[in-house]
Design a protein around this ligand. Structure first.
Ligand SMILES: [Cu+2]
Length: 68
């Protein structure tokens, strides 16, 4: 398992937090996600054999949020 920390911009409330979390959890290989919208911090634990960091970024961007 690999752990990555993403800076996600555009999240303004717990609904955003939930949307980002659900999007990341739906990526194959993602084991756990923790999101804190107030500090724009997203921690993802994933299997690097199944998912790449790029897949995680795409999933977040598909929801309309930015990854800095
Ligand atoms: Cu929101």
């Amino acid at each position: 398992m690999e752990k990555v920390s993403l800076k996600v911009v555009g999240m303004t409330c717990s609904h955003c937090e939930e949307a980002v979390k659900n999007a990341l959890m739906s990526v194959d290989g993602v084991a756990s996600v923790s999101v804190a919208f107030h500090d724009e911090q997203v921690e993802v634990e994933y299997d690097p054999e199944k998912a790449a960091k790029e897949n995680l970024i795409n999933a977040v961007e598909d929801q309309g949020y930015g990854v800095a």
